[in-house]
Design a protein around this ligand. Structure first.
Ligand code: ZN
Ligand code: ZN
Length: 183
């Protein structure tokens, strides 16, 4: 769905959309399990700079929800992530802040992005929000044993006959560190 600046100049645009799996490209790390629901409103926000300059920002707010499969970081089995996120975003025309060192962003200000041309695609907004909502890595369960590093057997569901390598003290130190990082 294209959020058209011209239409926003007449009135705010409400959206209530269902995106089937695959309709939005979430990249190779996530599989969408169920329809992605997104509802909210897009509206024009005009910033007046002096008498002559008007900057047309697009504010998009709403919420989205879906279910994604991610691979367990240890055993690679799918892990279901429930994704739910509310968003309130401000899109400024691309280039409007060019030349300025940095925007003076106060803590209360909405998240700021940029749009180009005559508007923006709702799908792009949603994709970004979904990717911000998912954790960096998922683990299927707290005590997931992961894969055997030698043969790849999933050690949650089977055992393999790979010999436990003789512990090198340097390795156990490393493992200890990893154990701390994983927590
Ligand atoms: Zn796992
Ligand atoms: Zn093995």
């Amino acid at each position: 769905m294209f959020i058209d600046l011209q239409e926003l100049e007449r009135q705010p645009v409400d959206f209530d959309e269902e995106f089937a799996p695959g309709a939005i490209d979430l990249g190779p790390d996530f599989q969408q399990r169920s329809a992605l629901h997104a509802a909210g409103r897009a509206q024009l926000v005009e910033e007046h700079h002096g008498k002559h300059q008007t900057i047309k920002d697009i504010r998009v707010n709403g919420e989205l929800s879906t279910q994604l499969d991610m691979a367990c970081a240890r055993c690679l089995e799918p892990v279901v992530e429930n994704v739910k996120r509310a968003f309130d975003l401000l899109y400024r025309p691309l280039g409007v802040d060019a030349g300025r060192e940095e925007m003076s962003v106060t803590g209360a200000e909405a998240e700021i992005s940029y749009y180009q041309g005559e508007g923006l695609l709702l799908e792009d907004v949603i994709r970004e929000q979904v990717l911000l909502a998912v954790p960096l890595k998922a683990i299927c369960r707290e005590d997931c044993k992961g894969l055997c590093p030698h043969c790849g057997t999933n050690l949650n569901s089977g055992t393999c006959s790979c010999a436990e390598p003789a512990e090198d003290p340097r390795w156990s130190a490393l493992k200890e560190i990893r154990g701390k990082l994983d927590r």
